[in-house]
Design a protein around this ligand. Structure first.
Ligand code: COA
Length: 150
């Protein structure tokens, strides 16, 4: 496989990111949501690029004393090649550097999303509780996961 570059996101990347989002989720974020995150100074937003093509991204945001992993996706044909892990690893590394006082990271994930839950467990996230019928299209419970960063 060609070299994968993980780098910060720019506004020019957003249409491509949105196209990946539409391939990866049944209830995708709007372009405006990505734009909002990119403009938010508390957000860490990274893309994975091969041959100038965006194939994945991760977005997390610090709210008060907690980091929230808001979005992580890799295009279907590039999955299970360690790209999702590399994106998350990179974002968490930057989080630890920029926000040494943030001690907890949390996220929510569909209960049936075994690939994502397995990945998050590998990073040290564990289930805190479940939120009933949190998701739509289809209706599904959310698993709320958390991890101590230090
Ligand atoms: C979740 C997602 C980002 C994982 O990306 P990825 O690049 O395939 O992940 P990696 O290759 O880094 O996998 C890391 C680990 O996750 C687990 N994993 C990944 N895909 C898996 C699958 N299909 N089944 C079971 N475990 C899986 C494995 O433990 C894997 O480690 P291993 O390869 O050593 O076994 C990707 O499946 C995706 O984009 N899914 C759709 C969007 C989504 O659901 N995002 C999460 C929202 S909360």
């Amino acid at each position: 496989m060609e070299e994968i570059i993980i780098r910060d996101t720019s506004y020019d990347d957003l249409p491509q990111i949105h196209a990946v989002e539409n391939q990866c989720f049944t209830a995708p974020w709007s372009l405006g949501s990505f734009k909002y995150e990119l403009g938010n100074r508390q957000s860490i937003f990274k893309v994975a690029v091969i041959n100038k093509k965006i194939i994945g991204y991760v977005c997390l945001r610090v709210i008060l004393d907690t980091a929230h992993v808001l979005n992580l996706a890799v295009m279907p044909e590039f999955r299970q090649k360690d790209i999702g892990s590399t994106l998350l690893q990179d974002a968490l590394q930057e989080l630890r550097l920029l926000y040494p006082d943030v001690e907890i990271a949390t996220l929510e994930v569909r209960e049936s999303n075994t690939p994502a839950i397995t990945l998050y467990r590998k990073f040290g996230f564990s289930t805190i509780y479940k939120r009933a019928k949190y998701y739509q299209m289809p209706d599904e419970d959310a698993v709320i996961m958390g991890m101590e960063l230090r």
